[in-house]
Design a protein around this ligand. Structure first.
Ligand code: NAI
Length: 318
């Protein structure tokens, strides 16, 4: 029988842990021996108000079950204060789960600067601030695990969520870069795009579907990724209702053009099928994987670029 993955002696900060997904993570980590900082500003779905009740209730639940937890009521935008709570209570921090979030869904036509800025502040700046405050500690102790919360809306785009989807995809690239910078110090960062029943989704999904989408079904992957024995780093997972899948970037083989003045919009048109053909894809993981020297060599062997049908901006075809 395999042994349960334990987190004894580890301190986990879970932001937005007063409800929904964050609460499920906090309970799961605590049940496996971790010290948990239950952070929650106690705001409404759209970020209004504030209350200590949400965090307090989850801390109470954990302690009643025999676990260890303390509450923190700061906004994630004051990430340093959240990390301070961890250090004061437990003297260390090992794992950061950037989970807190709000929604301000509105069609782009009606989106205001406030709708845009609030979403970026809580999701992107909030994740940055908490991670930044933990980062130097992680580097010193040569150990750290970070989970950033993306969303399917961020990966694919979603009507009414231009602000939210931009913020959520930002967290994917934030994760990819943290993974590269943290690797040498045994700091691993991964991103998840969960789908689960919470006050965030209760209005957009039918009740029978919500029943199958328990936040508890997101916790197993999060705990697995945060364990000291897990090597996974810089990845993105989509999950919910018992489905767990990894995503990656796919790039078409692409077309090569000669870089001279025969490279015109019509040349692009002539090779459009090649540019968009995914039959021979590759899966780059870093900007350095594009070998421009060899691509330029390939281009040299072309006598010139296809002229194609070049449309001028006055509508004439040349
Ligand atoms: P939720 O609304 O139940 O929980 C979010 C928690 O974050 C709330 O308790 C709220 O008080 C707290 N919070 C909000 N702003 C905060 C701030 N500035 N500082 C500290 N705490 C703050 O939502 P849910 O569904 O549990 O979402 C958790 C995360 O998962 C969010 O980042 C959300 O965008 C993401 N997500 C959720 C999906 C779902 O299906 N439920 C789908 C995709 C992403």
């Amino acid at each position: 029988m395999s042994q349960a993955l334990r987190f004894d002696g580890r301190t986990v900060v879970v932001t937005g842990a007063g409800g929904g997904l964050g609460r499920a993570y906090a309970l799961a980590f605590a049940s496996r021996g971790a010290n948990v900082v239950v952070n929650d500003l106690g705001v409404s779905r759209s970020g209004d108000g504030s209350s200590s009740n949400a965090a307090d209730k989850v801390v109470e639940e954990i302690i009643k079950a025999g676990g260890k937890a303390v509450a923190n009521y700061n906004s994630v935008e004051d990430g340093d204060k959240i990390i301070e709570t961890a250090l004061k209570a437990y003297g260390r921090v090992d794992i950061v789960i950037n989970n807190a979030g709000i929604l301000r869904d509105v069609s782009f036509t009606r989106m205001t600067d406030k709708d845009w800025d609030l979403i970026q502040s809580v999701h992107v700046r909030g994740s940055y601030k908490v991670t930044r405050a933990a980062w130097d500690i992680f580097r010193k102790q040569k150990y750290g695990r970070i989970i950033n919360t993306a969303s399917a809306a961020g990966i694919y785009g979603n009507f009414g969520q231009a602000n939210y989807s931009a913020a959520k995809l930002a967290l994917v690239s934030f994760t990819e870069t943290l993974a590269k910078e943290g690797e040498r110090s045994n700091i691993h960062a991964n991103a998840i795009a969960p789908i689960a029943a919470s006050r965030m989704t209760e209005t957009i999904m039918p009740p029978d579907v919500l029943e199958a989408l328990k936040p508890e079904f997101i916790a197993p992957l999060v705990l697995y990724l945060c364990h000291e024995s897990t090597e996974e780093n810089g990845s993105l997972f989509e999950l919910g209702a018992g489905f767990v899948a990894k995503l990656r970037w796919e790039r078409s083989k692409g077309a090569v053009f000669k870089v001279d003045d025969s490279f015109l919009p019509g040349s692009v048109a002539a090779k459009w099928n090649e540019i968009t053909d995914f039959s021979q894809p590759d899966y780059p993981k870093s900007p350095a994987e594009t070998d421009y020297t060899s691509l330029l060599e390939q281009a040299k062997s072309l006598s010139s670029n296809p002229k194609g049908e070049d449309v001028r901006f006055d509508g004439k075809v040349v």
